[in-house]
Design a protein around this ligand. Structure first.
Ligand code: FAD
Length: 466
């Protein structure tokens, strides 16, 4: 390769993990390139994930809130939904961010190469561009940040009415009846959007509850607040057959019995798999686990010494903020700095209505590991701000290790739960106990105050400040 196609560091994939790694590497002085097969940076998160979904969820939440405040004295007429304008708002949100990334890449002199990368050797990539064009790029070190894609269920035929989250976010039309397969975060967020736009939703989930593993009190609140969205919720059930007809998609759902129903749109949100298969990893000795996730150590190094991997393609929490942190670690290690991924916890948020945010250990985790935990609940029915905002159904719950007294987990249900969970993350990372949190003065009246109050509940010193 000629001089200008050699980089100190090449990052494969321009998602949150990849661009964060590339920017950090460039900031430390490494000559850096990103190879991205799509036309824009930002990966799944900015283009077809976190950001467009949040744009639509914002609109959905406002539309439903407008209805709810009828009881508080303001009534609006029936909503008129302009799908084209909604798509324009969503797409504009995405474009603003992806354009910003291009500027940030240019400002740092990070070269963005458009194409699909594959390893030729442990120091060389082949990048296939449009048509038959291809180029070779040499690197000193490489970070694999190729992300993940939605599982395609074998039972579902190929048809425009059977989509993954990407198809659902394109918002082609509002279906009369929609089936959501998989009651994880993505499935529930999409169900929220389409239900707010007027679709009747059915939900099918292989496991015995929605948001498997999440605190039972939180899930109970979510289910009672969202019961109106769903005609059927089939738990312990899965789609056993599906056929496409001119009128829709006919699906058999098998659980305790078999139900056959017809839908205008079917969303498969049954998990995501890593994009590791087409990279030629076997050629350079990068090991993957049985599910295809690339194996890494805490410096994000793969089994090939000069190759790192980060983000969804290494598994664990498949979330953008985890990818970003891992990207920073890999870039710093590549630059010779003493970095490692040492985060104790990664927070999760379902940006539904209400939001649920959770982090750290759950009651079940602790029970399974034989530890002792005390939970401190603060129901929002005792929060002045929650009552004044129509959110008295909310809950803040903190979990403390009985032996050490330290906080080990937390869950929040209600508006802005995702914005508030960061405080619990900080408390866990810093090894705070209930007194640290309870004696920290939180502003009144706020929803965040419920965190301080939950800690005081734990200490048995809860004030009666409403
Ligand atoms: P990705 O974002 O998947 O990026 C990988 C990039 O690599 C892609 O752009 C891909 O085109 C490129 N690529 C792959 N292979 C090659 C190759 N061989 N050559 C060149 N380029 C390649 N996470 C959150 O934290 N919060 C949320 O609210 C949230 N909402 C989500 C909503 C939806 C609908 C979905 C699907 C996901 C959501 N996520 C959310 C998850 C989040 O999108 C991912 O965790 C995040 O994008 C992972 O980042 P990444 O950098 O690992 O990979």
């Amino acid at each position: 390769a000629t001089d200008h196609t050699r980089y100190d560091l090449v990052v494969i994939g321009g998602g949150p993990g990849g661009y964060s790694a590339a920017f950090r590497a460039a900031d430390t002085g490494l000559r850096t390139a990103i190879v991205e097969r799509y036309g824009t940076l930002g990966g799944v998160c900015l283009n077809v994930g976190c950001i467009p979904s949040k744009a639509l969820l914002h609109v959905a939440a406002v539309r439903e809130e407008a209805e709810r405040i009828a009881d508080m004295g303001i009534r609006f007429g029936a909503p008129q939904i302009d799908l084209q304008a909604l798509r324009t708002f969503k797409d504009g949100t995405v474009t603003r961010l992806t354009d910003g990334l291009n500027q940030m890449a240019a400002a740092r002199r990070v070269t963005v190469i458009r194409g699909t990368a594959k390893f030729v050797s442990a120091t060389r990539l082949e990048v296939a561009g449009e048509g038959a064009s291809s180029q070779q790029i040499d690197f000193g070190q490489c970070i694999i940040a190729t992300g993940s894609r939605a599982v395609q269920l074998a039972v579902l035929p190929k048809d425009g009415r059977i989509v993954t989250s990407t198809g659902a976010l394109s918002l082609r039309s509002i279906p009369g009846r929609m089936l959501v397969i998989g009651a994880g975060i993505i499935g529930l967020e999409m169900a929220t959007v389409y239900s707010a736009l007027g679709a009747k939703i059915d939900l099918v989930e292989r496991l015995s509850d929605i948001l498997a593993g999440v605190d039972a009190d939180a899930v109970k609140i979510w289910r009672s607040r969202n019961a109106h969205r769903f005609e059927h919720i089939d738990l312990d059930s899965s789609v056993s057959t599906a056929a496409v007809t001119p009128d829709g998609v006919t699906v058999a759902i098998t659980g305790a019995s078999v139900e056959t129903r017809s839908y205008d749109l079917v969303l498969q949100s049954a998990g995501r798999v890593p994009n590791s298969g087409e990279l030629g990893l076997e050629r350079i000795g990068v090991a993957i686990d049985p599910n295809g996730f690339i194996q890494v150590d805490e410096q994000m190094r793969t089994t090939a010494r000069n190759v790192f991997a980060i983000g969804d393609v290494v598994g664990g929490s498949m979330l953008a903020h985890k990818a970003v942190h891992e990207g920073h670690v890999a870039a710093e290690v590549a630059a010779g700095k003493p970095a490692a991924f040492t985060a104790k916890i990664v927070p999760n948020v379902a940006y539904t209505d209400p939001e649920i945010a959770w982090v750290g250990k759950s009651v079940r985790d602790v029970a399974e590991s034989g530890g002792k935990i005390r939970s401190a609940k603060f129901p929002w029915a005792a929060s002045g701000r929650a009552i004044a905002s129509g959110a008295s159904y909310g809950l803040t719950k903190l979990l403390f290790d009985v032996e050490t007294g330290r906080i080990v987990g937390g869950v929040i249900v209600g508006p802005h739960a995702g914005d508030m969970i960061g405080e619990i993350c900080l408390a866990i990372e810093m090894g705070a106990d209930a007194i640290d949190i309870g004696k920290t003065i939180h502003p009144h009246p706020t929803l965040g105050e419920t965190i301080g109050m939950a800690a005081e509940v734990h200490e048995g010193i809860c004030t009666d400040l409403p």
